[in-house]
Design a protein around this ligand. Structure first.
Ligand code: ZN
Length: 397
């Protein structure tokens, strides 16, 4: 930690900034009420930050509070820590930053994982891609942050255990692009990362995820296939499903999309485990993306053209109507028909208390992997095509 005596001043500045931002928000609200349209986030250009070294070194790695990859030595890999949000103890959550800075100029790609803390195959995918890169042979720069939601990763759980007003668990993939003066630590952490690390260094970005604890998914990519730059990247993955949908506001890939940076989200199987077979497919696809952008040389690997890909624009959820043990009658990636029975559920006596059928024809994309369920839990998601998609689509992530 820095012993900077100016810390007290920083804190007051923070408070003043927070008050000013609340006042601005109130003004914006009033302006909205009068029918004035405020500038959308996409109109605000990325602040030129440059690189700011804090002077701290952790485990031999320099700490930055802002990064511009253009400032780094070409032809090398750089391992840094980024100073994230401040904790109640006054210390910070640091995230790891790996930069492969090519010898030649070119596109800048950002790879992230760990926005949810229980999604280990996504971390391993990013690490594997970075380990395959040789900056001396590269054009452009790949930056990786594998542990975005540090406190969630420390306990290998999905959500950030926030301490602000008593403990509550916050899904960091509803917080983006964040707010440096936001009300919660994850919102401030998201704001710091997005403004000072991720956005300024991205010409394209991929935010890797998996299913969640208790609910596993197959391998698929989530993205808006109506955006040509996104479609071109997603189709380079040799994986069997694409969820063609813009999904929720507040997810990291949509924060990039909102400021004009093409982005999508791979979902890499089950949470908590390393699915090496599935990881290798997403590594191959990501290396293809880097080739597509002219950043690395070599022939394309397998792509979507080499496998059978099912593209759906909606995910049909089946929710439990009873408590009990769930028996799946189908497997991930199975094709199902409308009306087909996909799961049954038994009570403590072994009596069948519920039977679940698909409402659509499609492919199984996610299944509850915890065998016990209470009413209301999602049991199955079926990827399918809706004639007229409406509103925000729920999906397993
Ligand atoms: Zn996730």
């Amino acid at each position: 930690m820095s012993d900077n005596p100016g810390n007290g001043v920083d804190r007051r500045d923070f408070m003043i900034a927070a008050i000013a931002s609340a006042a601005l928000a109130a003004e914006a609200g009033a302006a909205n009420a009068q029918g004035t349209t405020p500038s959308p986030a996409s109109m605000v250009p990325a602040m030129p930050q440059g690189t700011a070294y804090t002077g701290d070194v952790i485990d031999g790695k320099k700490v930055v509070s802002a990064l511009d990859v253009n400032d780094l030595e070409p032809g090398q890999k750089h391992l840094l820590y980024f100073q994230g949000v401040e904790m109640p103890t006054g210390q910070h959550w640091y995230v790891s930053v790996t930069v492969a800075k090519g010898a030649k100029p070119g596109k800048r790609g950002v790879l992230t994982s760990g926005v949810h803390g229980d999604e280990m195959s996504s971390v391993h995918t990013v690490q594997t891609v970075m380990n395959q890169l040789d900056p001396a042979q590269m054009s452009g720069t790949v930056m990786a942050v594998t542990d975005v939601s540090r406190p969630a990763l420390e306990s290998m759980q999905r959500r950030w255990p926030n301490q602000g007003r008593g403990i509550d668990l916050i899904d960091m993939n509803r917080e983006w692009p964040g707010n440096e003066n936001g009300a919660t630590a994850p919102s401030r952490h998201a704001g710091l990362l997005f403004n000072r690390l991720l956005r300024p260094n991205a010409d394209f970005a991929i935010d890797f995820h998996t299913g969640t604890t208790g609910f596993e998914v197959t391998g698929f990519n989530v993205g808006g296939m109506d955006v040509p730059e996104v479609k071109a990247m997603v189709e380079l993955y040799p994986v069997g499903q694409i969820f063609d949908n813009h999904v929720y506001p507040g997810v990291l890939h949509n924060a990039f999309m909102d400021v004009g940076i093409p982005s999508f989200t791979p979902e890499i199987g089950a949470a908590r485990v390393l699915d090496r077979e599935m990881v290798s497919l997403f590594v191959e696809g990501t290396m293809n993306v880097l080739k597509h952008h002219g950043m690395i040389a070599g022939p394309m690997g397998r792509t979507g053209k080499d496998v059978t890909v099912f593209v759906g624009n909606s995910a049909f959820p089946i929710l439990a109507t009873a408590g009990g043990l769930v028996e799946h009658l189908v497997k991930l990636n199975d094709k199902v028909e409308a009306g087909q029975k996909v799961a049954i559920q038994r009570n403590s006596f072994g009596e069948v208390v519920a039977e679940y059928t698909s409402g659509v024809a499609g492919e199984i994309t996610g299944q509850r992997s915890d065998a016990m369920s209470e009413p209301g839990n999602p049991l199955v998601f079926i990827l399918f095509n809706k004639a007229t998609p409406e509103g925000v689509e729920v999906y397993p992530e």
